[in-house]
Design a protein around this ligand. Sequence first.
Ligand SMILES: Nc1nc2c(ncn2[C@@H]2O[C@H](COP(=O)(O)OP(=O)(O)OP(=O)(O)O)[C@@H](O)[C@H]2O)c(=O)[nH]1
Ligand SMILES: [Mg+2]
Length: 353
Amino acid sequence: MFSFFRKKAPPPAAPETALPAAVEPAPVATVPAPAAEAPAATQAQEASAVAASAPRAGWLDRLRAGLRKTGSSIAQVFTGTQIDDALYEELESALLMADAGVKATEFLLADLKRRVKDAKATDPAQVKALLVDAIADLLRPLEKPLAIGEHTPTVIMVVGVNGAGKTTSIGKLTRHLADAEQKVLLAAADTFRAAAREQLAVWADRNRVEIVSQQSGDPAAVTFDAVVAGKARGCDVVIADTAGRLPTQLHLMEELKKIKRTIGKAQAGAPHEVLLVVDGNTGQNALAQVKAFDDALQLTGLVVTKLDGTAKGGVLAAIARERPVPVYFIGVGEKLEDLQTFSAREFAQALLG
Ligand SMILES: Nc1nc2c(ncn2[C@@H]2O[C@H](COP(=O)(O)OP(=O)(O)OP(=O)(O)O)[C@@H](O)[C@H]2O)c(=O)[nH]1
Ligand SMILES: [Mg+2]
């Protein structure tokens, strides 16, 4: 489940240099849209964010179960009695096997050795706890809530390779937004397959939100129409679902750039979010996808799906080290509550079993 957290607006007379107000939880039902006449600075402060709340326990169990294989192979390293070169070598292999990649693995090992020295640790179990800290610190820059309410509508473009979980994640996110009284409009910009439009329409129906789609045609045109309609209808959020594609299909990447540019023509400054959905099972290839889509579209966030399967999880360390695009959500199943916000520490703990 998600709840909304709204940044408290400072009093109107607050000086320009005032520190940003603390984020405080607000009941879901009381999230207002920013007043149209509010000055820009106040509107920015009115931004609300989608953040996770209880119950997270069941979800964490699924994440842990999904990452169990990685967890047990890393945990294995700490079953000995000594902290020696052999331990670090085994750990290096385990991290590489977990898809952490060479750079993040080297970084984590050096960081861990420093922590072990500082803590004067003598027991491998202590080293394991220090590794959780090291991974959590490495992943922390990826923690960021998705802000809604700063723009009306907030336009979100969702991209990724085929079958990554884009449409499913949009469906889940839409439901949470709709539950939080946000007016959502979906744009069926996956115009390649009729089935894709139908799949999104099912989610729209289920969530009782509107959808803009066309029988066939140009995905940029569908998205343009959707953003214009979203503005006219006073929607809070417009989400564009795009067709899956490989970053090596250059003409299809050009098409995504065109969709992005077209959204900007429909609403200046939009899209506010360009989200890449990556399948957590794709290992190091996920990092390649992040780099390629980021180069083409300047991503603002990631959704990492299918962490309930056979995902190894370490690739998030590689992403944090090499292309730190924030992880807004992670998916641990096909049910609605299986889309959760990302917590670096929870993830680090799940990763180590
Ligand atoms: N186990 C699991 N399955 C998921 C998750 N997210 C999505 N799926 C499944 O992955 C499959 C593909 O999901 P879609 O949402 O259709 O993927 P897509 O990226 O929209 O696919 P295309 O539009 O064909 O590119 C579906 O069977 C989903 O139910 C997840 O977090 N865990
Ligand atoms: Mg899809």
